[in-house]
Design a protein around this ligand. Structure first.
Ligand code: PMP
Ligand code: GLN
Length: 387
């Protein structure tokens, strides 16, 4: 068999992710990287000390497959306090290698060949390949990147006898939209009626603005009983590089989830788990996170006010979408590349979050950066001459 035949792609349409490509381009041009979503600042020294202590006290061998019990207990307590649902640490919580693994494993546990999965796009880039690798068929609800609300009649019209699951993400990457109670109620009604599995990506649960409240699937019993809730500590504690997350689901669903998790990664880095379990006892960090990021959003948005970009303030996440429709007719990939090379500011073209070719003329900027970086980026965008 030839090497080509041997590497006959299961994902023929997938290349290197846009996050990697734009980060590389930013480096090449020494541009300010507001593209890939990660904080420019470090986690707290206290959390680092906790990892060091875990390592020096010998917590360096395999963790239990489902995660260390103190971390599962700490998550269970936090979720009970925040969303009033008790997930049993023994049978309903699994520590994962970031939310990415949680999502992949949840999709793999749910989707069989020929199953349809409802995906709202723009969508985070890992959902669709995970569905396709499992032989599933993504069925898209296409939203404008500046969308105001979901048309639930459209969602209803896309559900067939083959629909197995629905993937949701609030606060949302890349739009920064936040679903309110009414959307969650609609989702609960549909999921119950059609017996759908819900895969809920809630990695930005603590980054939500202007007094909004995160409505977790955990807080709605009709959803919690059919949902794989995927979370991450990466966004919450400024530790995206630690790749630690979790999945919560009812015991029978978790049992299936763990069958896959145990062969995908078996278990997750032990010293990080001990450190996070300890740090979770101090809610001051994550309860202050929304205000911290809202200040950054406001600083950035005020600074780009005169640039000609059109935008609605992000409602949550650490992303701000802007439309350049008054500034250029070019497609977003070309504009993002040009701004990286010529204005020295990298962003993500929002078309990368769609399955089809779209032309909304919207870029995503990540404002999880130091204030002076955001101001410098805004200044460079301000000075950039279009044409
Ligand atoms: N979901 C969304 C919406 C994200 O933005 C990200 C990463 N930024 C992830 C999942 C993956 O999280 P992790 O880094 O914990 O794998
Ligand atoms: N989630 C991050 C973003 O949206 C990137 C993660 C990655 O690089 N895969 O920018």
């Amino acid at each position: 068999m030839s090497a080509e035949k041997r590497s006959d792609s299961k994902l023929p349409n997938v290349g290197t992710t846009i996050f990697t490509r734009m980060s590389r381009l930013a480096e090449e041009h020494q541009a300010i990287n507001l593209a890939q979503g990660f904080p420019e600042f470090d986690c707290t020294p206290e959390l680092k000390r906790m990892v060091e202590n875990s390592m020096s006290s010998g917590k360096n061998q395999y963790a239990p497959m489902a995660g260390i019990m103190p971390l599962r207990e700490a998550i269970s307590e936090k979720v009970l306090k925040s969303y009033y649902r008790q997930y049993h640490p023994e049978t309903e919580i699994t520590i994962t290698s970031g939310a990415t693994e949680a999502l992949y494993t949840a999709i793999t546990a749910s989707v069989r060949p020929g199953d349809e999965v409802i995906v709202f796009e723009p969508a985070y880039d890992s959902y669709v390949p995970a569905i396709e690798l499992n032989g599933g068929i993504p069925v898209f609800i296409t939203l404008d990147p500046q969308y105001q609300s979901v048309d639930w009649n459209e969602v209803r019209s896309k559900i067939t006898s083959k629909t197995k699951a629905i993937i949701i993400n609030t606060p949302h990457n890349p739009t920064g939209n936040v679903w309110m109670q009414a959307d969650m109620q609609q989702l609960a009604l549909l999921a119950e009626k059609h017996d759908l599995t819900v895969i809920s990506d809630e990695v930005y649960e603590h980054i939500i603005f202007d007094g909004r409240i995160h409505i977790s699937t955990a807080s709605i019993p009709a959803l919690a009983e059919r949902t794989f809730l995927c979370g991450s500590f990466g966004k919450t504690f400024h530790i995206t590089g630690w790749k630690t997350g979790y999945c919560m689901a009812p015991a029978a669903m978790t049992a299936e989830f763990r069958k896959i998790h145990q062969y995908l990664v078996f278990s997750v880095a032990t010293p990080f788990q001990y450190a996070i379990a300890e740090y979770l006892q101090k809610p001051e960090h994550y309860t202050a996170l929304s205000a911290f990021y809202q200040n950054k959003r406001d600083l950035f948005n005020e600074a780009i006010a005169g640039t000609g970009f059109i935008f609605r303030p992000s409602q949550g996440s650490f992303f701000q979408n802007v439309s350049y429709q008054n500034l250029s007719d070019d497609k977003d990939v070309a504009v993002a590349e040009r701004l990286t090379a010529e204005a020295g500011v990298a962003s993500i073209p929002v078309s990368s979050f769609y399955s089809k070719d779209v032309d909304y003329k919207v870029l995503r900027f990540c404002f999880a950066k130091n204030d002076d970086t955001l101001l410098r980026a805004a200044e460079q965008l301000y000075r950039f001459v279009w044409n």
